[in-house]
Ligand binder design. Sequence first.
Ligand SMILES: [Zn+2]
Length: 200
Amino acid sequence: MNMHVVRKGDPHIDAQGWLTSATQLPSPNFEARPGDAVPTLIVVHNISLPPDDFTTNSIADFFLNKLDHDAHPYFDHLRGMRVSAHFVIRRDGAIEQFVSCDERAWHAGVSSFCGRERCNDFSIGIELEGSDRMPFEDAQYDALVALVRIVVKRYPIDALAGHSDIAPGRKTDPGPHFDWPRLRHDSALPPSFFPFQSNI
Ligand SMILES: [Zn+2]
């Protein structure tokens, strides 16, 4: 039985795994989750393309395999890469969705969570438009908190981690400016959901 009553009109994840309030930009970069895998982990990332530039739509272009690789020198090494995340939260808090939460997006790469490899199999990836070098916006935390609460209602999530937590030495995002205690406080999730945060 579904214990969570969703009022008509409230943002929610629909029967196909799409957030009703998000801008839906379906990416071809996904596949079925293997076997009986269901999302139990949320992975928080940051991304900006080019780095530290928040004025472009290059993240969406990248996830949709439409990036103009000649438009910036940084884009050159992204040629041929096929990447996606379920969600991107823009600097103004707007949410874009690229892959259904029911499907396996390609955001974590080689990764391990509590000894379990291939985190893409059992996670939902949320990218904050940002970088390791500067703080995130209040609107992004508000959007992230709302999104996390919606996802937790719908799927058996029991943990949140940063990309750097599940791919240490290879990835640094969401970076030193990401405020885990704020997410913990505002989401009202228990500390057990934050296994990599010892002080919250
Ligand atoms: Zn990442």
